[in-house]
Design a protein around this ligand. Structure first.
Ligand SMILES: CSC[C@H]1O[C@H](OP(=O)(O)O)[C@H](O)[C@@H]1O
Ligand SMILES: Nc1ncnc2[nH]cnc12
Length: 290
């Protein structure tokens, strides 16, 4: 049995959370560079928490320049066991309306200008991301959302685009009609893949801000409308987060879905062929296996 430590990665509009006991912004250094910002640590209902604003306070990092590897490494280094991502997203479904939340369970990764793995030359690993989110964490997010009165949808496919521009109308229609995506954002990949490599349970909560550009009765997406919706969404997200510690509890058994054992059988490079410099960088992420 290990101790639960819940990490929350806050997206656009969610740059801090309140109510933490012994709250402290801590600076964490990683072999992958600096995380997006300092990390707010503390306890909520007796459970350890860590909050990281994905774009940094003041919204400094663009979706392409968020230091995804440093962020996940820093959370792992702090002892986090579970990661809840909270993100502003566009919707491809009429019924997933602005103000609603979606507990995402699948991704289509269309990003191309980001470092996507902790592994590489000198230590090659292939983890499964067939099921990239943790159903146990998804259950907790759904329950906490319902308890806060949020209109929540369980399950949805998140299209991760590179950005920073929004999609063209042709792309928006293709993602929705041909590819079956439900929501769209710019940040959950490679974040979810890296969390899996780091053996962290990961859940993604999409806060719907707009209908992207496909909807005939809504204009094309723009940041002003997104920010207006985000103001309401951020308070809802804080309420959802406040409910998680009681649901997840202080003691954490092994993940029934195996997220915390993802690296077993994943590392291909033989011990005598491994690059010592890369091995040193993997101390937090894969130390258990090396
Ligand atoms: C402000 S709209 C575009 C921006 O918002 C989302 O960020 P996050 O996922 O961190 O909430 C989206 O992915 C874009 O980065
Ligand atoms: N329509 C959209 N496309 C991509 N990212 C978003 N974040 C919020 N709305 C979005």
């Amino acid at each position: 049995m290990t101790q639960t430590k819940i990490a929350v990665i806050g997206g656009s509009g969610l740059y801090e959370i309140d109510g933490l006991k012994d709250a402290d912004w801590v600076t964490v250094e990683t072999p992958w560079g600096a995380p997006s910002d300092a990390i707010l640590t503390g306890t909520l209902d007796g459970v350890e928490m860590a909050f990281l604003p994905r774009h940094g306070r003041g919204h400094v990092h663009s979706p392409s320049t968020v230091p995804y590897r440093a962020n996940i490494d820093a959370l792992k280094r702090l002892g986090c066991t579970d990661v809840i991502s909270v993100s502003a997203c566009g919707s491809f479904r009429e019924e997933m309306a602005p103000g609603d939340f979606v507990i995402v369970d699948q991704f289509i990764d269309r990003t191309f200008a980001r470092e996507k793995s902790f592994f590489g030359t000198g230590c090659v690993a292939h983890v499964s991301v067939a099921h990239p989110t943790c159903p146990r964490l998804g259950d907790a997010c759904e329950t906490a959302a319902k308890a806060s009165g949020i209109n929540v949808h369980r399950g949805g496919t998140y299209l991760a685009m590179e950005g920073p521009q929004f999609s063209t109308l042709a792309e928006s229609k293709m993602y929705r009609e041909s590819w079956g995506a439900d929501v769209i954002g710019m940040t959950n990949m490679p974040e979810a893949k890296l969390a899996r490599e780091a053996e962290l349970c990961y859940a993604s909560v999409a806060m719907i801000t707009d209908y992207d550009s496909w909807h005939p009765d809504h204009g094309e997406v723009d940041v002003t409308a997104i920010i207006a919706t985000l103001m309401g969404n951020a308070d809802k997200a804080r309420n959802l987060i406040a409910g998680l510690p009681k649901l997840l509890g202080e003691d954490r058994a092994a993940c029934p879905h195996g997220c915390d054992r993802a690296l077993e059988f994943a590392i291909m490079t033989q011990p005598d062929a491994r690059d010592p410099a890369l091995m040193a960088k993997l101390d937090a992420v894969a130390g258990r296996m090396l």
